[in-house]
Structures are given as structure tokens and as C-alpha cells.
Design a protein around this ligand. Sequence first.
Ligand SMILES: C[S@@+](CC[C@H](N)C(=O)[O-])C[C@H]1O[C@@H](n2cnc3c(N)ncnc32)[C@H](O)[C@@H]1O
Length: 275
Amino acid sequence: MPSIREQAPAQRRKARITRSFDLASDSYDEANGDFFNPVGDRLVDLAGLRPGDRVLDLGCGRGAVLFAALAAVGPDGYVAGVDLSPAMVHRTAHQAAGARLRNVSVRVDDAEDLGFPDQSFEAVLSSLALMITPDPDAALAQAHRVLVPGGRFGLTVFGPDVQPEWRQAARTLRDYAEDGPLGLNSLTDAPETALAKAGFTGIRTVEEVVTVRYADLDGWWSSVRSDGHRGLLESIPSDRLDEAREAAYDVIRPLAAGGSLTRRTAVRYVTARRP
Ligand SMILES: C[S@@+](CC[C@H](N)C(=O)[O-])C[C@H]1O[C@@H](n2cnc3c(N)ncnc32)[C@H](O)[C@@H]1O
């Protein structure tokens, strides 16, 4: 197995995604569930799932879409989740087994090279995942391939900044880190164009702002340690970590009022159909 440095750029990026989300997986839901879960619920609403549908969730993480989709398709439906991160898959599969859900499977797989046969699903969904994969066009082509004709597709990406302080705080952390950020790919700028190019039709976008309240600055820090920035944080030398955190706190402190901190994030929900 080649070291991360010896791998091709796309493989190297996937290895970084895997490592970051493996590390973040144990606290991902507790620290970030108030954001990812409502976004997953809303995507499922907009996708118009029907009882009995077979659904695939690309980059399922801790199941923000997967569990909402299971509720929508009911006992006669079926939901499969895939993720690059074995730790995410393990924890989500464990949660499903704990809830005695039998019409669900979760496995390690690459959205860009899915191991499912053609035309296996009535719906393919993906929340805040395809915006970080190295080749989003490959993932969209796979989504199109595994959908039945007439099948529905839905994804979310971040919209434009509502409060630029959050991006600035992340940039501040980068200045202390040895690894760069994972960063967002071209899908974030023009998801509709990418979907049209992959052969989807009936493309519709809804943009909404999602509000999250952190109890204090440390609440935000916990969320950063529990999302895709985790790899970047791990690459900050330990003797500079306190300084990095304080510098980031200085950037977002103006957003704190009455002790709590409110974060507003624009999310784009894009839905489409395989003709
Ligand atoms: C920000 S998380 C979102 C997780 C979940 N969809 C949610 O809304 O909470 C992004 C997830 O996408 C996964 N991911 C990124 N690229 C992927 C790919 N090519 N194939 C499968 N999973 C991928 C990551 O491992 C991570 O778990």
C-alpha cells in the first residue's frame, strides 16, 4: 500500500477525506447533529420519496439522510448508505442495528465508483458530501447509472456565505495548520450545470438558511473538531493549538450575544430526475 504522499492526487484527497471523517465520527452527531439532521430531513422532504422506494444515500456519514429516508419509505422500502469512512459506516450501521432496522444496509464504497448494479434505486440522495469528493462528475454519472428511468436525485451543497466570519475563522486555523483544508469542489458553484451535464432533467434549486446555536465559543470548537476540519486541526502543531483556537475565537466573538453564538448557513437543495 503506497503512503499518502505517493498516491495520485485524487487518491490522496480521498485518503484525507477518510482520515478526517474517521477521526470526527465519534462526536459528529453530538456536535453537529443540529445542523446536518435538519438539512437531511429537508432534503428527504423535497425529494418526494414514496413508501416502498429503494433509496441510496451517497456519503451517508452518521445517517442524517439515511434515517429520514427510512422513515419516508416505510417498512416496504429499503435504504442503502455508502461512505468512504469505515468509522462513519461502522457507527451508522451499529445505530441501525440497535434500532432493529432490517431494511437498511451501510457499507464502505466510493460514490465515484459504486458497486451497485445499473438501475437499482428509485431515488439517490446525497447531503453535503459530493461537494468534497475529488471528481463530482464521476459521482453524478454513477448516481444516474444506478437510478431507474424516472428515478429521483437530490443533493445539498453550501450556498453563499451569510456570515463571512465563519469562513474567516476557518482560514485563521489554516494559517496554523501543516495540511491544507479539504476545500469544496466545483459542484458548490454550479450544481445545476453539473446535473444537466450528467443527463438529469427537471432540475430545481431551493436555497434556505439553517440556524444553529452554540452554547458558547467552545461549543463551536467541538463542532469543528467533529466535522471535515478535523484532519486540518490534527495537523496544527500541539504547542500552537491553543493560540490557533484563541485567534479563531477572536474572529467569531462579535457573533456571540447573551452568552450564545448563532450561526446562519445557506444551504442549496437541488433535485432532479433521470429521464
Ligand atoms: C460533511 S459529511 C456529510 C455526511 C452526511 N451526508 C450528513 O449530511 O451528515 C461528508 C461525508 O461524505 C463522505 N464522502 C466524501 N466523498 C465521498 C465519496 N467519494 N464516496 C463516499 N463518501 C464520501 C465523507 O466520508 C463524509 O462522511
